[in-house]
Design a protein around this ligand. Sequence first.
Ligand SMILES: Cc1cc2nc3c(=O)[nH]c(=O)nc-3n(C[C@H](O)[C@H](O)[C@H](O)COP(=O)(O)OP(=O)(O)OC[C@H]3O[C@@H](n4cnc5c(N)ncnc54)[C@H](O)[C@@H]3O)c2cc1C
Length: 381
Amino acid sequence: MGDFDVIVVGGGLAGTAFAIKLAREGARVALIERTKAATQKVCGDFLSVEAQQLLTHLGVDIAELGATQIRTLRLVSGELRANAKLPFVASGLSRVTLDEALLAKAAAGGVEILRGEAATEIKAEAETASVRVGSKTLRSRWAGLATGKHNMRGWPRANGAMTAFKLQLTPTRNTAKELEGVVQLASYPGGYIGACNVDGGLTTICWLADQRLMRFLGPDWRTHLDHLSRRSSAIGGLLAGAQLVSSRPATVSGIPYGYMRRDVIAPNVFPLGDQLCVIPSFTGDGTSLALLSAIGAANTILRSGNAADFQEAFLKHVRRQFFYASAVDWTFQHTTTRRLAVRSVRVMPSLARLCARLTRARGVSELTEPEAAEAPKAQAQ
Ligand SMILES: Cc1cc2nc3c(=O)[nH]c(=O)nc-3n(C[C@H](O)[C@H](O)[C@H](O)COP(=O)(O)OP(=O)(O)OC[C@H]3O[C@@H](n4cnc5c(N)ncnc54)[C@H](O)[C@@H]3O)c2cc1C
């Protein structure tokens, strides 16, 4: 018998969701989070309706946290713009706010939180997982690997080509109005920049650069913003006159879009969130997948299943979503198809709605409201 039933490494979306769900069922859970205090994460801060449902299931009320409502998708390429109504009401919520609320929920649910120290190793034996934190080794029956974009020694993921930056701005009144109820995705050769209004009257911007653009622009983020501002007045207008909330952006490189972890670490060690799979971020569905994988893994443990079965079933479940996400990603990587896509959405906004639907996580209602999902089937019989 270990110190805990479950230890989860990483206190982001997936780690906290896993911990909350298992502690709710009476498990003794420890969560290790390397940051001492609230930290900005590289994320566009867009929450799809599925992410909202999963957060409600975990007991987090995003309206209470000040989330904004987003109903429109605006696609931009140079001076071309197209607006399309989303097929759902999305939200904008800063990851600092969201992650801290999830950590507080986990603590209130009895999860023991070890904060400010990184786990350096996870080892698995037949019935035990050992996690090294500083000079201590903690033991448990099951472990979760939820370190997000940061790989744990011994359990690497494939390296990708993209570097991402995230900043928050206090927008001008005009910009705030321009983005009211809108998520704006402006693409350019080598990446895209997303923007939406979030809680606290702030605007989040998050942009990507591939290796070629990184070589061209160098690492200085100010050079990036100057360059992007010149590419489109929609980007320039967003940045003009806005005050930066922090002195520099949060960054991450080598993002492995499309990655799926098929190798099994051990039957009792569950990879979660970005450690399990990474969907192209313009879909705004990474949050749903992080939460869905965590809840799915927790349910697997509660049913006495193992990590191998969970990984196989989950990756099969998201295969179709990843296929469509990669196809849309490809479209936006090439100038001709990107401009064609924006033009097409201008005349046929339903195309954007279709893409938004095809790139959503499936099976959320079945997981969060199993009775409701069963009811129509039962009636049909
Ligand atoms: C550019 C970009 C934009 C995105 N925009 C969106 C969006 O708008 N909407 C959306 O739904 N998704 C978006 N995503 C995806 C989303 O951010 C991720 O899928 C999601 O954050 C994954 O959650 P996670 O819990 O796996 O990882 P994270 O949220 O990254 O959490 C990992 C946690 O582990 C901790 N940690 C790391 N190493 C250790 C260690 N050794 N010991 C202890 N703790 C450790 C970290 O401090 C962190 O708190 C975006 C991704 C990118 C790259």
